[in-house]
Design a protein. Sequence first.
Length: 479
Amino acid sequence: MQLYNDNPTINGLNKKIDESKQGEVFEAGAEQSLDPNHRKFYIESYGCQMNFSDSEIVASILRQENFGPTKNMEEADLILINTCSIREKAEDTVRKRLRVFDKIKEQKPGTLVGVLGCMAERLKKKLLDQEQLVDLVVGPDAYRDLPKLIGSADDGEKGVNVLLSREETYADISPLRLDSNGVSAFISIMRGCDNMCSFCVVPFTRGRERSRNAFSIVAEATDLYQRGYREVTLLGQNVDSYKWQNPESEQTVSFANLLEMVAQVHPDLRVRFSTSHPKDITDDVLYTMAKYENICKYIHLPVQSGNSRVLKLMNRTYDREWYKNKIDRIYEIMPDCAISSDVITGFCTETEEEHQDTLSILEYANYSMSYMFFYSERPGTLAARKYEDDIPLETKKRRLQEVIRLQNQISFQHNQKDIGKEYMVLIEGNSKKSDQDWKGRNTQNKMVVFPKKGNFMPGEYVKVKVLDATSATLKGEMV
Ligand code: SAH
Ligand code: SF4
Ligand code: F3S
């Protein structure tokens, strides 16, 4: 569901990501006809799902300007990279990609290269000094300005807009679904973040939190359903603080209200959401989830650390006990709900004992999976200004390995318990390994692989009995 693809550990798999697969290359369907002389753009996206979703907005804006998508960067007139700043490694990856684009520019002068997203926002004009072959630097709230900026870049001027907005939600722009499986789609419901976790760069790169018009969200979900999609994921850095006031009725729509509105679009449309901040997820949300079968029983509830002192330094505003109570509450209301997490090891001043607290909370919460990282200091954040980054890299990495090892065991056990159970699975497409097998997810967001039988198609629900499980996948057969 969520993808942080600057880091070698995803899905608790402890797997190295193939360098060539880092960043996603998109191609859109030819839904709309373009001028035969249209120019071509190529876009790569890094970081969180929000960025992938933004790339679809960018594609839609470019389409209006008679730019068509291409998967081949060599034939592109405009090369865009939608960047992430969350960890140093994420930025290193982007710089490496820029070296590749430089070569294309050498061969094909006139090709424009643009840096979008969080790294553009963090570095602003500095990026142009550091990366002389870059023509455009555009922050996450300035994509409407792209046509104008491309125009000035065509005239040989650098195009820069990194203004953050308090209002922009791109509510009226219908995203051009890129590289889509036609079954599941992401819907951005809010932008920015007001939380100020001390380690995190997002409030600086994405600006203040703002919620999108609830009716435009429901309209987008309805449109997706009518076009055959069967799963939507509502996206935001902190979805539980979604709050939109209808200017006409003065009525306020909370996240629980919004979930209900989207769930009512159609019982066959699955609803997921990400990410939840433990401090903001309310009983109302949990009861709404329990009430609707099509709201998936899965919550991504990042803990970051299991130790109260470290959590305080991180400015997460909850402590260990409070988090444990939240976990209890979720399992009380939805015993079959799967919970996943994000974990940071080696945050400033973290002791071995405090690290043990993180290990023990993984067990307490019984996460189905986690995204795990070692702490990477980000310039300008509260932690960078206030605390010394004093844990040696080897220690951070060793602690990370311990967290990964434990999470893998927990994920394995979590999945083993599913053997013998039956789940409704939404078919997404062929499994990675064989076109004789389907893959799809159950409500708990677990990937299920099973042999094809009958005339089913992606986008249809089938009942699957689980026969076997690894720490990452369930295997089964249709019943
Ligand atoms: N808004 C989401 C997460 C956004 S970033 C939330 O609040 O949960 C995704 C994850 O990256 C975070 O949950 C955190 O675990 C990790 N992360 C953020 N800043 C980091 C840093 N400086 N070093 C290492 N990991 C970091
Ligand atoms: Fe970053 Fe915290 Fe906001 Fe998540 S909630 S984006 S970790 S500041
Ligand atoms: Fe990265 Fe920006 Fe998302 S920093 S994680 S792309 S909000």
